[in-house]
Ligand binder design. Sequence first.
Ligand SMILES: Cc1cc2nc3c(=O)[nH]c(=O)nc-3n(C[C@H](O)[C@H](O)[C@H](O)COP(=O)(O)O)c2cc1C
Length: 248
Amino acid sequence: MTTSDGINFLQRSENRNMEPSPESRGIPQPPLEYPYDPAATIIPLPAVCEINIPSRDFYTVMENRRTWRRYTDAEISLNELAYLLWCSQGVKRVTSRPVTMRMVPSGGARHPFETYIVASRVTGLEPGLYRYLAINHSLQQLAAGTQYAAEIGEACLSQAHIRDCPVSFWWGAIPERSTWRYGTRGYRYMLLDAGHICQNLYLAAESIDCGICAIGAFDDEALNKFWGVDGITQFFIYGASLGKKPAD
Ligand SMILES: Cc1cc2nc3c(=O)[nH]c(=O)nc-3n(C[C@H](O)[C@H](O)[C@H](O)COP(=O)(O)O)c2cc1C
């Protein structure tokens, strides 16, 4: 990767250099979320309106936000997990177009991410891998086991907070959802969209006294392999570890 690769990408993705998009050529839009097997184990999550979230002053939450890389041994409750998933990717409604309107903005409401979690210590959740089914606000169990946090920590240059945290969040980008409208420029919007998701997760975590650390340092090939994606039609670009804050 050289500087000119980056500049080439920026120039290539200028609006005036865009090829006609699949949308403008009449190609139907890709699904709003990946299909899932209805026979899989699905865990419904409590709606946020049913969860008692302590009210916090918004400015104080923003001011206290910071990155944590150590967590206590405490579990995260299912209510807390539901709140965190909702705040970062929850679907408020599906419009008639159809697009999803979520807790975060997204260029053209393309919302090109699938959210996955590695759960090690979430009350009532078997340790393992899960996918957040955002439209139904539920979890699909993908695999059970206690080894996954250590494995994904290795894929992220052996970052200990990923191995040790009760839960980590992972965002897999589906570029077709963005490029359907924006062509190559869609890749710019995906990267911007990812920042909104993680920022909401930071603020939601702070609002319930959890610590969090964004994760952008990883071996792309190893991370994509961990989640079983091809790195082209879906690839992982961002994640976050999360847990209860230790005494400072
Ligand atoms: C895009 C991005 C990627 C990051 N990746 C990592 C990471 O892989 N590991 C890590 O320990 N911190 C990571 N961080 C956290 C930053 O190091 C942290 O935000 C920065 O030091 C500023 O500290 P603050 O968040 O407490 O203000 C990342 C932050 C961002 C925004």
